[in-house]
Design a protein around this ligand. Structure first.
Ligand SMILES: [Zn+2]
Length: 169
């Protein structure tokens, strides 16, 4: 007797298959095993399906109607694809929203930064985190990854520079 790793039921392997039989043979368990094996194979061959687009495109062109027939006979495939696409679209939308927000606020943010009254670090903290990230990423002397260049640091900005980099006096 063996124990099926998927449904946890005990089963006696087929006489001819013996120890090589991994599942109870139930439909769901066989599919789960196949999915696991496919996953393992993809992990071992990570580049196999990469750059495969042209081959598939050519094959589909030689077999017109294949894809639409497949979609008609596999509604669960269509549903799964639609759901994954929705997730991808949502990710893209969030990215575009952030980009748009940064673009539309860029003038305000820059203005706030260079107005002397807004140079107080406490006042800057009232700005949304997103804008703070934007601010720090746009000012060369605040970016500690960029080698510090004194000439790029305008006098009015020096309090922030001093705090952030510890180099500007
Ligand atoms: Zn099973």
């Amino acid at each position: 007797m063996k124990k099926c790793p998927y449904c946890r039921k005990c089963f006696s392997p087929h006489v001819k298959v013996g120890d090589r039989q991994k599942t109870c043979g139930g439909d769901k368990c066989q599919k789960a095993l196949k999915a696991d094996n496919n996953k393992k194979w993809r992990q071992k061959n990570p580049t196999y399906f990469k750059d495969d687009y042209l081959r598939i495109k050519a094959w589909l062109e030689e077999h017109p109607g294949y894809l639409s027939d497949y979609r008609k006979s596999h509604p669960e495939y269509v549903g799964k694809n639609r759901d994954s696409q929705k997730v991808r679209d949502r990710g893209k939308k969030i990215y575009l929203d952030i980009q748009a927000q940064l673009k539309s606020h860029a003038a305000d943010i820059t203005k706030q930064l260079w107005e002397p009254s807004d140079l107080d670090i406490q006042a800057q903290l009232d700005i949304q985190p997103l804008e703070i990230t934007f601010l720090f990423s746009t000012i060369p002397c605040l970016d500690i990854q960029v080698p510090f260049d004194r000439s790029s640091c305008v006098g009015d900005n020096s309090p922030i520079c001093a705090r952030r980099s510890g180099l500007c006096t």
